[in-house]
Design a protein around this ligand. Structure first.
Ligand SMILES: [Zn+2]
Ligand SMILES: [Zn+2]
Length: 323
């Protein structure tokens, strides 16, 4: 299961209701901040999620509405010394701009109180642990080196306790070893093979996040049958020409991609101030019924085939001065 918390859902400039692009994806103890528009640190405070372990940041591209918040975030991290190392993943062009912002403006020659690693990414796996992986894939937008991110749990074979009981396998390390694919010898000398207690392989949950993009035809493959797609919808179809000119999508284009790729649930973000939510939603739902338009602080649990909206736990800044 993944959880996504939207911290900023506005396109280009903030509105009263929406901050600039930022969202956190959680999986077990891991947390990834995707993009960091201006004002993100205050959104983090208001969301109540805190700054702990928020040390991996994935950048979709180098436009200012996606990166300016890094300056404030670094400045705060530096004062609180909450984090030993900050890793910022992004394409080469985005990282150049981020480097100018952090080292040229925020630090200006001062030593950073934490290690800052700018990690230039290329298509492929960029992070992996035992149970899941994060991959980057190229996205077409204004400027070079724009990326989207695929979060996927590795497929696994479920342990079948009733089979283990029937075989008389005692609880303990034998079961754990069988789950990890090893042949075990029981205390009574019998050998048991993993196939005897494991079910058919089940694919893990998949979540795709696409930031700004002007095309969808090159995204069908990576979005194929994913459980949830998060993607921008900056324009409505009536302004399709503008969308094309600025390399953005309309709500209709985003939902057509979702249908074409067999996506199970669609979450639209990067919403322009010029439209009402319900207009965006109506255009998308006419094509893809399982669509929601994200609002700031919306939280969703992404599971296989379903997503569940979680009620936000708001904490005021005053009640949460700790990190
Ligand atoms: Zn943008
Ligand atoms: Zn952009």
């Amino acid at each position: 299961m993944f959880e996504i918390i939207f911290l900023g859902t506005s396109a280009s400039a903030p509105s009263i209701q929406r901050g600039l692009s930022a969202q956190v994806v959680k999986h077990d103890e891991y947390r990834f901040l995707i993009d960091c528009g201006e004002g993100t640190q205050r959104q983090i405070l208001q969301s109540g999620i805190g700054f702990k372990r928020l040390n991996r940041i994935l950048i979709t591209h180098g436009h200012l509405d996606h990166i300016l918040g890094l300056a404030g975030l670094l400045s705060t991290f530096a004062r609180w010394e909450a984090i030993d190392q900050l890793e910022i993943f992004g394409g080469g062009w985005a990282l150049e701009r981020i480097s100018d912002l952090l080292f040229g403006v925020v630090l200006r020659g001062a030593k950073s109180p934490m290690e800052i690693r700018l990690v230039e990414i290329h298509p492929g796996v960029i992070f992996e642990d035992g149970g899941f992986r994060v991959s980057a894939f190229p996205v077409y937008h204004r400027g070079p080196d724009c990326y989207g991110y695929l979060f996927e749990e590795k497929s696994r074979r479920p342990f079948l306790p009733e089979r283990a009981e029937a075989l008389g396998i005692p609880p303990g390390p034998w079961r754990r070893d069988l789950v990890s694919g090893q042949v075990v010898t029981l205390p009574d000398g019998r050998q048991v093979f993993p196939d005897q207690v494991l079910g058919l392989e089940r694919p893990g949950t998949r979540l795709v996040h696409v930031g700004d993009t002007g095309r969808t035809d090159d995204l069908v493959q990576v979005c194929q049958d994913v459980d949830t797609l998060v993607i921008e919808a900056t324009y409505l179809q009536e302004e399709a020409e503008m969308a094309e000119k600025f390399s953005h999508l309309t709500a209709r284009q985003a939902s057509e991609l979702a249908v074409q790729a067999g996506v199970k649930n669609l979450i639209l973000t990067h919403i322009s101030r010029r439209y009402r939510d319900r207009e965006v939603l109506a255009e998308a739902r006419a094509i893809m019924p399982n669509t929601v338009v994200a609002r700031d602080f919306d939280t969703f649990q992404i599971k296989r085939g379903e997503f569940i909206k979680v009620e936000a736990e708001f904490e005021s800044i005053l009640s949460s001065p700790h990190i």
